[in-house]
Design a protein around this ligand. Sequence first.
Ligand code: SAH
Length: 239
Amino acid sequence: MWRATALTLFPEMFPGPLGESLAGKALKQGVWSLKAVDIRAFATDRHGTVDDAPFGGGAGMVMKPDVLSAAITEASEPGMPKILLSPRGAPFSQARGRELAQGPGVLLVCGRFEGVDERVIEAHALEEISVGDFVLSGGEIAAMVVMDCCVRLLPGVMGEPASASEESFEDGLLEYPHYTRPAAWSGPDGTERHVPEVLISGHHGRVAEWRMKQREEITRRRRPDLWARRRAASGNEEK
Ligand code: SAH
């Protein structure tokens, strides 16, 4: 069973959205497990202090190394990747999600306040992961992002095993547009919009070709960074 452990000051936030839909069903079925460890339970004073003012001054509070470290030590398991959610971390990706999904699980440390004492990161060799170039108020939602990405990649979680491989980012391209019935639909502006002809042609080869063209066009327009990387990669293959 794939095991997720979240270290957090707000254990009641879990499973939250991960208790619903695909991830929730898989959780109930025992495809994966989720444990939320309350960092505050490791506080050593009677007030349950978990943070303190930063050395060197400045705004905000910092999570205390002793308390957080005790929580990490208690929750750690040999061979389990230890991750700190952090805006400073390596950008999370589908590729990293896939790697993590293939392992035993993940231990996710959720920061709060200004962040955590640097020495904890060093001492526990935490891998820092960011979910994007913006700042959240805590690591919990970021941890759920990582868990959700991994869980839907676990065997048996998604309806159709093939549906993951054609998705955005799996091969460096964004997804093609989707359509379903009715074939002609009038939107709020009264304009009748039709499904692209090729999709109702029943011609699998042409459908595949059209979809690939769409993926390339959408990626080129919306994500020049992905497009450039893909072009560079295929260039290298040719050499
Ligand atoms: N002072 C920090 C921001 C702290 S936000 C800075 O300037 O970088 C509080 C906590 O929210 C962080 O410790 C981290 O655990 C989480 N967090 C905020 N933004 C995040 C992001 N983009 N990715 C992952 N975790 C994030």
